[in-house]
Design a protein around this ligand. Structure first.
Ligand code: IDP
Ligand code: MG
Length: 153
């Protein structure tokens, strides 16, 4: 089972979309092993978005992600990273397909409601930025085998 980091960004929280967006991950069959409401410090934001340092959108990105409360979620399930990226849709809301989170709720380049790790290496590093090991639950949902198939040829 794979884990990934999802962040419901400040625009998602300010627009009272927490419940509707979380629902999409649950509807897909994913489950949560860690969840917290917090405001990201500039120091943490700079670590998280270090790969984007130097890009034109980096300074406004740091301002945006630190601008208000976010919900940070450790999401788990087989292929969780890929599934979450698919649920999120393309980065820019105006390009994202209808039916995706960004496609249904986003209309800009920057305020795109959710963050999701893009690879196993970034998922591991990002989860470690936001959660201490003891904060993550060792949890398997009761319907796991009805969602994820072990020998799925
Ligand atoms: P991702 O969130 O789809 O993985 P990244 O390229 O990793 O997209 O960019 C991180 C975040 O930076 C995006 O989610 C978005 O908020 C912001 N961003 C990315 N590219 C642009 C841009 O060209 N203009 C403004 N903001 C951007
Ligand atoms: Mg990214």
């Amino acid at each position: 089972m794979e884990r990934t980091l999802i962040i419901l960004k400040p625009d998602c929280v300010q627009r009272r979309l927490i419940g509707r967006i979380i629902q999409r991950f649950e509807d897909k069959g994913l489950s949560f092993c860690g969840m917290k409401l917090m405001t990201i410090s500039r120091e943490l934001a700079e670590k998280h978005y270090a790969p984007h340092k130097g890009k034109p959108f980096y300074p406004p990105l740091i301002d945006y992600i630190t601008s208000g409360p976010v919900v940070v979620i450790a999401v788990q399930g087989d292929r969780a990273i890929e599934i979450c990226r698919t649920l999120m849709g393309k980065t820019f809301g105006f390009e994202a397909a209808p039916g995706t989170i960004r496609g249904d709720f986003g209309a800009s380049k920057s305020l795109n409601l959710v963050h999701g790790s893009d690879s196993p290496a970034s998922a591991e590093a990002e989860i470690a930025l936001y959660f201490k090991p003891g904060e993550l639950l060792d949890f398997r949902s009761a319907d796991h085998r009805w969602v994820f198939v072990e020998n799925d040829v």
